[in-house]
Write a protein that binds this ligand. Structure first.
Ligand code: F6R
Length: 244
């Protein structure tokens, strides 16, 4: 495991964007696993800036997002696809047909999960997976207690996750209670993992994830077993680890 300490959110984002850029420059046909949430926003902004300067080309890149809310169509403003369009895809030269999400609207739940896993495999697997870390230790929408051996699956979201994500929804609009997510097994099959973490509110869970016992109660703890994990975190997020 490699840990990069950054002194601020911005420099954390710059470091993470550097690592993703290196991947795309060295391997233009990379398959990237991407995340939503607040943490990657600055990373995506930095990638867009370098793309605009002519330093990055995404035409041959394929992406798979970690998760999508059940019941939200791709054009729903709170869908993860809409989030990614707004914050990254609409601003770079990625080929639309190479962007992949679970289909949140399907009723064929099992078939959709298998389709997503098969599609990832058919592209040769994920070369680099970007992850954020939930306050309860979740990665993707794999909530505490989830079995480590799952690939893409359908999950019920915990109340704390729904509350944390309510900030992206308008007042009175309810956060979906289910989602599709790549499972821990699917995430662990990525060749490289880049975990980005920011803020003092993540300090305790980051320490538990990286140095505590590997347990389903802290889904992110499984990352300790990944052969190529890079953690990029700001000093606030690392504050508990640095005390040790
Ligand atoms: C997002 C995702 C989640 C987030 C996590 C952290 O696609 O899968 O696991 O990475 O909830 O979210 P933020 O970055 O908003 O703190």
């Amino acid at each position: 495991m490699k840990i990069y300490q950054a002194d601020s959110y911005l420099s954390m984002c710059r470091k993470a964007a550097n690592i993703i850029s290196a991947q795309v420059i060295l391997y233009p046909r990379s398959v990237l696993g991407l995340a939503t949430g607040s943490t990657p926003l600055g990373i995506y902004r930095q990638l867009i800036e370098w793309y605009r300067k002519g330093d990055l080309d995404f035409t041959e890149v394929t992406t798979f997002n970690l998760d999508e809310y059940a019941g939200l169509s791709p054009d729903h403003p709170q869908s993860y696809r809409a989030f990614m369009n707004e914050n990254l895809f609409d601003q770079i030269n990625i080929n639309r047909v190479q962007i992949n999400f679970p289909d949140g609207t399907t009723e064929q739940i099992q078939a959709e999960c298998s389709r997503y896993d098969d599609l990832i495999r058919s592209k040769g697997g994920i070369d680099m997976q970007l992850l954020g870390l939930g306050h309860n230790g979740h990665i993707g929408f794999n909530e505490p207690g989830i079995a480590f051996e799952k690939e893409t699956h359908y999950v019920q979201l915990s109340e704390s996750t729904r509350q944390a994500n309510a900030r992206f929804f308008s007042e009175g609009e309810s956060v979906p209670d289910h989602a599709f997510t790549m499972g821990i097994k699917a995430i662990m099959q990525a060749k490289k993992i880049l975990l980005a973490v920011s803020g003092s509110s993540k300090a305790t869970i980051l320490k538990r994830a990286l140095t505590g016992p590997v347990l389903p109660e802290v889904p992110g703890s499984i990352l300790q077993l990944h052969p190529d994990l890079t953690v990029v975190a700001d000093t606030d997020a690392l504050s508990e680890l640095l005390k040790a």
